[in-house]
Design a protein around this ligand. Structure first.
Ligand SMILES: [Zn+2]
Length: 320
């Protein structure tokens, strides 16, 4: 049995997954080491343990990193994983296991999993991950679109509000300040501050935090103020999607990340907000979906990328 291993490195944990080409065989999870040397060792140990456990022949390894990953597989920017910046994390694994190692941005990996799993017939797919920030991935004609440097498909830092909220990247009004999971919480706190969120404040309680999950919970109970915040949030999601749709012209948009757990409550609102933009609706057939995959999307996509040639005309992934 040929095995691929996917390693999704998050800011707080690493999810490792073994895949046999058709199904997930097993996963494991460890905290993300802060130290660069320990990080490389941990990837190696996770891989060895999964290969031992599933007794297959290792064919390839995929690594997803939360940051801007160059075509050479080296992270150039990684605010949530500074230890990885400048490291060739594939090198040690290639040396030890003697197999091809693909390193890519985590959202590119998740987009690839969404394409293969949820929309293999899509001519052009845009996957957007609404989590702590916003990640993205673009698959065109069955290939991941990686750009000139490997940094394509990073929509979180599109400026959607001139002079808006300050983003950690240094810009004002980035999309992820409004339309990420954290953005949902930010919109809710703004509503409370402006007197439109008494029920949210009451539910959070004294000293409690008004955040995205709280909005989701209250909205699920039909609370009008939470639903109003959710409407506002869907409007911000739509603002960014309008730009992506006009540039990429996708037939499928897949929404993933923590906020996607809201399911149809989110999808219906985003669709409704998109309906007010003539350029999005006229002459297009656009299907906005919620991803079927859970938190394992990035690791699964990394494993699938490792076992497939997905790069087409783009420079091939680094191999040993
Ligand atoms: Zn930004």
């Amino acid at each position: 049995m040929q095995l691929s291993i996917g390693l999704d490195i998050g800011g707080t944990k690493i999810l490792a997954l073994a895949h046999d080409g058709t199904r997930v065989l097993g996963t494991s999870e460890v905290p993300t080491p802060r130290d660069a040397g320990r990080l490389a060792e941990t990837l190696s140990e996770l891989t060895a343990a999964l290969v031992d456990e599933h007794r297959g022949t290792l064919g390839g390894i995929g690594i997803g990193i939360p940051g801007f990953v160059g075509l050479d597989g080296v992270a150039r920017q990684a605010p949530n994983l500074p230890a990885a910046i400048g490291l060739d994390l594939g090198e040690g694994l290639r040396d030890r296991f003697g197999v091809p190692v693909v390193v890519d941005n985590d959202a590119n990996c998740a987009a690839w999993a969404a394409f293969r799993q949820d929309a293999p017939d899509a001519a052009a797919l845009v996957a957007v991950t609404l989590g702590t920030g916003i990640g993205g991935g673009i698959v065109i004609n069955g290939r991941l679109f990686r750009g000139a440097h490997g940094f394509a498909g990073e929509p979180g830092h599109m400026v959607v509000a001139t002079g808006g909220w300050t983003c950690p990247c240094g810009q004002l009004g980035c999309w992820e300040m409004y339309a990420s999971g954290n953005g949902l919480g930010r919109l809710a706190r703004a509503a409370v501050a402006e007197g439109r969120g008494a029920s949210l404040a009451a539910a959070a309680g004294e000293g409690g935090v008004v955040d995205g999950p709280l909005v989701g919970r209250l909205a699920g109970d039909g609370d009008p103020e939470a639903l109003a915040v959710l409407d506002e949030y869907a409007g911000w999601v739509a603002v960014g999607l309008v730009a992506l749709v006009n540039i990429v012209d996708p037939d499928v948009v897949v929404l993933g990340g923590g906020v996607a757990a809201l399911g149809d409550a989110l999808r219906v609102r985003v669709n409704s907000a998109l309906g007010s933009y003539p350029t999005v609706r006229s002459g297009r057939s656009l299907d906005v979906r919620i991803v079927s995959l859970g938190p394992e999307a990035g690791a699964l996509g990394a494993a699938l990328l490792a076992s497939e040639t997905a790069f087409g005309a783009d420079p091939p992934p680094p191999v040993g």
